[in-house]
Each structure stands twice: as structure tokens, then as C-alpha cells.
Design a protein around this ligand. Sequence first.
Ligand SMILES: [Zn+2]
Length: 111
Amino acid sequence: MIKSPNLPGYLDYRPDGRYLRVWCAWCVEWHCCRAGDLRPAHITHTVGQCYAPDSPYRAGYGITVSLAPFDAVVRSVREATAADRKAIVAGRIDPAIAALRAQRPREELML
Ligand SMILES: [Zn+2]
């Protein structure tokens, strides 16, 4: 049995409710699901929402809710463009896509 990865999730407070955002380094985008009653330090699990055919997260993954809110990390990574997504779906992982995939969210000072 393969142990599923555990990724940090960030609470995103929106007018229509709270969401949990998880950075997927394989799809190079923020996956999103309803946060329900989740609070920082809670651990949850989700099914994969990945479009990247080579993503190991497609089988699902664990999420640990971070103390940092989504607003504090969202600008620390750059999501794939439509063209990048086409390349990822086609399995064309060139150095530019590899660099996007190497990004990891980090907490930034909110000024
Ligand atoms: Zn993904």
C-alpha cells in the first residue's frame, strides 16, 4: 500500500463560505474544496482533482490545515497558464514546466 501524501491546506474566506486551498505541484494550480468545519491543525483527506496525468495525487491525499490563511500564500506561487496546462496534459514537461512544478507555497508578510 502506498502512503498518500499529506499537503498543507490554506483556509480561504469568501463571501459564500470558507474553502480549503491546496497547492498541487503537478497541476501547478490551487485545488479547492469546501472547508466545512475545518480549523487550523485539523487533518482531512480528499480525492484527487488533478488533471495532470502523471500526478500521484490523483489517488487522493491528506491535507493538514495550515495556520496561515490562503491570502498569505496565494501570491508566492504562479499557476499554470492555459498553454502550460495543455503541455502538462500532453506530458510535455519542459524546463519551464519543471520550474513551475518546483514552486512551493510559502507564507508572505501581509503588509
Ligand atoms: Zn493536481
